[in-house]
Design a protein around this ligand. Sequence first.
Ligand code: TYM
Length: 330
Amino acid sequence: MKARVLSGMQPTGDLHIGNYLGALKNWVRIQSDYECIFCIVDLHAITVYQEPARLRAKIEEIAAIYLAAGIDPAQSRVMVQSAVPEHAELAWMLTCVTPVGWLERMTQYKTKAAAQESVGDGLLQYPVLMAADILLYQAAIVPVGEDQVQHLELSRDIAQRFNSLYGETFTMPSTSLPTVGARVMGLDDPTAKMSKSATGTNHAVALLDPPEKIRKTILRATTDSQSGVDFDTLGAGVANLLAIFQGFTGWTDEQVRAHFAGMRYGDLKKQVADAVIAGLEPFQSRYREIVAEPGYLAGVLRDGAERVRPLARETVELVKQRMGLFSELV
Ligand code: TYM
């Protein structure tokens, strides 16, 4: 039996090349080796206010992006979190074994909470729901970008605590990071992670940006005061551009070094822009085809939810039995 993989993205903001290189590209690469479930985590999205009509539209946009990037619905399950109520159900049970102190220590919580006037409880519970997404399907591997590593450690801690209180129940999930692009930085500020919620116009390259916009954003990327690429004193901005190039071309470190050593930043940026535009071109045309096909996405999402539901039910019933809750199966 193939090991199970689970991962997901929030339907907020515009998916960018960080989401692609950090996660989505890896999902496509491994999907034939594992039994994969790729989720659109709308319940996570509402931990901060989302305009309802926009959220509804974003859910299908993300699904179309998964498919356009190469996720094959005949092979992998693509589903929306809120379509399978067991995610929320298991999250409550896990909440009850999770110390608040563990949640308050999460870096992402601290950053997001600091940016809000009033902090919703959902923001604190966020990583418990994420643990539920993973443990619900007994996933063995979770392919994500580096910013999710702390959340995954917490998922393991929660699983371990549950297992020690109630007996072996959950598979311990391991994190899978890509070798290149695990943390793509902002193009306007290479000290900050590229983020969907950042507001700067020159911050990110969105996967659906037209070629001219992509070129402009990359040509304006922040570098440093040196004039050309020096691998002995590589600044964060240049290192980020090289990682993006490598992520889109698949070149090895040696090839990159040999090709870019001494190159002027202007030329480097042009080549990075060309590589990203060429890499996204087939993806963008598949995206346009997918969204033009009436009913197709809705069918994929319905089918995905139907097929994962029995797995989710099985885990929730097991957890209920372990905890002594009322279970239909006993
Ligand atoms: P989200 O929606 O913020 O991001 C989706 C994926 O993209 C990765 N990522 C990045 N990778 C490299 N560089 C970046 N700048 C960058 N920005 C984002 C993220 O690491 C992630 O893999 N909490 C998750 C969603 C989630 C989830 C799950 C993931 C909910 N349940 C269960 C895995 C398993 C999140 O907010 O991802």
